[in-house]
Design a binder for this molecule. Structure first.
Ligand code: SAM
Ligand code: SF4
Length: 314
């Protein structure tokens, strides 16, 4: 569930330097509308809500929204994916409100590389945000990283060592064609295999049984015999669409059955026009029944969705 499309970083694989035309405020769901839709999703069987964006911490009153979600019956697990800037201040209040888990996106622990990748010099803030998350008990603290050729691909093992030293669980994800600039190039992408090979030069990686994976996208490995692990998400080269059980809700109230879907179903309009919970549930189900068997990246029929990742909710 994306709570905003705005962001305070400008990661090159996500947004252009000048940012994007943000959604006009009246088009964004209010807190009441979000809670109503979440309660319908929960009634339909959703057991985990992941707050994302844009940068979810830019949504005002996020702890209050989390508290209302945590009060739903049955109570969903509540997780958040954030860039970590500003997390230092709100990790405690969010945990107190009912947030269960956090994934912080951090592609490099080298300040210059961080600035090149995100176009902002905010690495120290992210580091403090991660420490605050651990302190607030949002455990295990997870870190997501994207490797970009020529920027941080040579330093992936440093990120793993840094996470191991602090007890954070790291996962790498292949860069996907979801940037607003449409600059993704499969031949330049750093593949999961390459990340594995680079990590293996410094660490011994032992695959964990596939049975432990379930619908989770990451292939996990024990690092140097464990118990620490590292995950590698081969979203492009070894898609896991068959096991995907996710539904996406954008900040302007569109339900999507896939990151790469060319279609979406509007819930905001019908909701504001007085649709009942049952009618909204039928719209959600209708969208989910037509989920495609796979994303088809790299095939002739594939075209990138109009909405960039930051407006869908990664
Ligand atoms: N702003 C928050 C953050 O960065 O964690 C939440 C939204 S961001 C779109 C969610 C995740 O998507 C981040 O981990 C980010 O690295 C990842 N991401 C963004 N663009 C991507 C792309 N083109 N390919 C793969 N991952 C991407
Ligand atoms: Fe912002 Fe997250 Fe996109 Fe980076 S990946 S620009 S932090 S939305």
């Amino acid at each position: 569930m994306s709570v905003t499309d705005r962001c305070n970083l400008r990661c090159t694989y996500c947004m252009p330097a000048e940012g994007l035309p943000w959604l006009p405020r009246p088009e964004m769901l209010t807190d009441d509308e979000m809670i109503r839709l979440v309660s319908i999703f929960v009634r339909l069987g959703v057991t985990q809500i992941r707050l994302t964006g844009g940068e979810p911490l830019l949504r005002r009153g996020l702890p209050a929204l989390v508290e209302r979600m945590a009060a739903l019956e049955p109570r969903p697990k509540i997780a958040m994916t954030t860039n970590g800037v500003g997390l230092e201040r709100v990790a405690g209040p969010l945990a107190a409100a009912g947030l269960d888990r956090v994934n912080v996106s951090l592609d490099t622990v080298n300040r210059d590389e961080f600035q090149t990748l995100t176009r902002r010099d905010r690495l120290p803030d992210v580091e403090k945000g991660l420490a605050a998350a651990a302190e607030a008990g949002l455990l295990p603290v997870k870190v997501n990283a994207v490797a970009m050729r020529g920027i941080n691909d040579h330093s992936v093992a440093d990120v793993l060592q840094w996470c191991l030293d602090r007890g954070y669980e790291l996962r790498f994800i292949e860069q996907m064609p979801l940037d607003a600039q449409h600059s993704w190039d499969k031949t330049a992408m750093v593949t999961a295999e390459e990340i594995h090979e680079r990590l293996s030069r410094r660490f011994t990686l032992t695959p964990m049984p596939a049975s432990e994976r379930g619908s989770a996208p990451a292939e996990r490995f024990l690092v140097d015999g464990g118990p620490a692990t590292v995950g590698i998400i081969a979203s492009v080269t070894r898609p896991f669409c068959r096991a995907c059980d996710r539904t996406r809700l954008t900040a302007d109230g569109q339900v999507r059955n896939c990151l790469f879907s060319q279609r979406e179903t509007d819930l905001r309009g019908p909701m504001r026009d007085g649709a009942s919970d049952d009618e909204l549930a039928a719209l959600i189900n209708g969208e989910m029944w037509v989920k495609a068997p796979g994303h088809g990246i790299g095939t002739a029929g594939f075209s990138q969705p109009d909405r960039p990742m930051s407006a869908i909710g990664g």
